[in-house]
Structure formats: structure tokens, C-alpha cells
Design a protein around this ligand. Structure first.
Ligand code: SF4
Ligand code: SF4
Length: 300
């Protein structure tokens, strides 16, 4: 009886206590110098070749709408194509926020070093995405060694595991890991822009052979909690929408990636953005939102 009461108290505490740090997945740029066949944001870039020059307004809106320390994930497109990336980074860090960035690592070392120096201690993780369709592997590797010297273990390399090419990728992964550079494989998603039925499928990823799947698991990330390809939290309480949100280059915001075009939080640039104040039920069939999970958004 006493144990039962303790569990109830813990659940109540979790429901009422938001995660310490909030998170924003910011589609900081829609432009990209690559055109990967598996890119999920390709359709958005077709409509708009250049990123809108509204980044100063974003910074102002973040300052007005967010209290406390937030972790900003710069993603989608290629962030280093934005000329004012160091300035944006500097302003967010001065507000007390932290930065995590995903890049295709094609920028010059000079630009990458400049960014890392500005971000300095506010830089939580630097994800260098290896896109073998475009990148020169030797050049990528040499660059990774040099960037690692500057930012240490905050550098991680990730690559999409293409079906049929997983063994080849595992050999490449070992080369990075032998240099103490963490390497993770990302599951390739079914591209629902080409395949409409994939939009509502209960499993968002391509089908691998058993052997390939076991290799990916060795280099995998959060998806493999509980030994699954993805996570299911439908019906559970989640702080996404309150302490975490996704915002695109036009200012449209959603509680998480699964909620895109469904549970809108308004538009940050148009002044209609509003965060929830309490956790809400997850309504989605699966969760492939790595960042909110890592920030502890899901309650129980
Ligand atoms: S580098 Fe990233 S954003 Fe650019 S095309 Fe490839 S997957 Fe898409
Ligand atoms: S899909 Fe994931 S991040 Fe989105 S509400 Fe559900 S649990 Fe939270």
C-alpha cells in the first residue's frame, strides 16, 4: 500500500515538473548544396530556393516567447549556407541558450572553426552528417579529425544506413570510432512524399534484412531503447508543445515532428505562436522524435 502511494507521488511529481531544459528544433535554413536521394525535406526546398531573411525577427521572437535555458537544434537544409550563422549563434548563447547543430560538413574548415569558437561552451553537440552520395570520404575524415581536436567529444558523425549498403557503412564507422569519433547510423525513412501510403504506415522506416538490422543496432541511437525500431508513446503524457517545439523557416510551429501539419502551435513570425503550459497526451502512432526523448519530455 505504501509503495503504491509512493509511485502515485512520483507520477504526480513528473506530471507537474517540466524538464529542466526546453528544446527547439529550428529549421534554420531550407537551402542545401546537396540533393540526397533520401532527403525528406527536398519537397520544401523545391518551393523555396533560398532561406527567408527573417532570422533577426526569429531571434527577437525567441527572446519574447522563451523563458529559461533552451537547447536549439539547428537542422534541415544546410545551416552553414546562412551567412549570419555565427551571429545567430552568438545572440542565442548570450541569451543563455545552448546549440546543437546538424550539418553535411561541406563548409570550409575556416567557417566551421569560426562557428565552434563563437558557440564555445554553449555548443552541446555538433553532428557531422556523412552523405556518401556527395561527400568525399577522405576529405570528410580529415576534417573530422581536425574539428575533434577543437571541440572534443562533442563531435559526432552520423549517416543514413541505406538498405543494401549497411556492411560497407559499418567498415567506415569503425574507422571513425578507432579515432574516438562517435559514429551512429540512422534508419532510412520511407519517403512519404514519393509513397503516400508511408505517411500513415505504422512503421516509418525502410525494411532491412535481419543481418543489416543487427549491424545498425550496434551503431544505433534512441530508436533502439527496448530493442525496437521506433518508440510508441501514444496515450502517454509528453511535454512536447510546452517545453519543446518544432519551428520551420516560415515560422510555423508544431509540438513535435510527428505533429507536423496537425497540432499547430501557431506562427512565431506572425505573432500567433503559443506554447502550452502543461504536458499533453501523445496522439501519434509512433515517435521518432529523438530530441524530445533525449530531453526527457515523455512523462510515463
Ligand atoms: S544534406 Fe541533408 S538536407 Fe541536404 S539534401 Fe542531404 S539529407 Fe537533405
Ligand atoms: S510523438 Fe514523441 S515527441 Fe511527439 S508527442 Fe508523442 S511522445 Fe511526444
Amino acid at each position: 500500500m505504501k509503495n503504491h502511494k509512493n509511485i502515485e507521488n512520483i507520477e504526480k511529481y513528473l506530471r507537474e515538473t517540466p524538464p529542466l531544459m526546453g528544446g527547439v528544433d529550428w529549421e534554420i535554413s531550407r537551402a542545401c548544396n546537396y540533393n540526397c536521394s533520401y532527403c525528406l525535406t527536398k519537397h520544401r526546398r523545391k518551393k523555396e530556393k533560398n532561406s527567408p531573411s527573417s532570422t533577426p525577427i526569429f531571434i527577437d521572437k525567441f527572446a519574447k516567447n522563451l523563458s529559461g535555458n533552451w537547447l536549439f537544434y539547428f537542422n534541415s537544409g544546410e545551416p552553414f549556407l546562412l551567412p549570419d550563422l555565427p551571429k545567430i549563434t552568438d545572440e542565442l548563447i548570450k541569451m543563455g541558450h545552448h546549440i546543437e547543430l546538424v550539418t553535411n560538413f561541406s563548409a570550409s574548415l575556416e567557417k566551421i572553426f569560426e562557428f565552434c569558437e563563437v558557440a564555445n561552451r554553449g555548443l552541446r553537440r555538433f553532428w557531422a552528417s556523412l552523405h556518401l552520395e556527395h561527400a568525399d570520404l577522405d576529405e570528410f575524415f580529415k576534417k573530422a579529425i581536425l574539428v575533434r581536436r577543437l571541440i572534443g567529444s562533442r563531435l559526432s558523425v552520423a549517416s543514413v544506413a541505406r538498405r543494401g549498403e549497411v556492411s560497407k557503412l559499418a567498415k567506415i564507422a569503425m574507422v571513425f570510432q578507432n579515432q574516438r569519433i562517435p559514429f551512429s547510423m540512422q534508419l532510412e525513412r520511407e519517403n512519404y512524399h514519393n509513397n503516400k501510403s508511408a505517411r500513415t504506415a505504422l512503421d516509418p522506416f525502410v525494411k532491412y534484412s535481419k543481418r543489416e538490422f543487427l549491424i545498425i543496432k550496434r551503431f544505433g541511437r534512441t530508436y533502439f531503447l527496448n530493442n525496437k525500431r521506433f518508440l510508441k508513446f501514444k496515450g502517454k503524457l509528453c511535454w512536447a508543445g510546452s517545453k519543446y517545439f518544432v519551428v520551420d523557416a516560415n515560422g510555423d510551429a508544431w509540438r513535435c515532428h510527428q505533429a507536423r501539419n496537425q497540432d499547430s502551435l501557431g506562427n512565431l513570425l506572425k505573432g500567433t505562436f503559443k506554447l502550452n503550459t502543461v504536458p499533453d497526451i501523445c496522439r501519434y502512432e509512433y515517435c521518432a522524435c529523438v530530441n524530445p526523448i533525449n530531453l526527457g519530455m515523455v512523462v510515463i
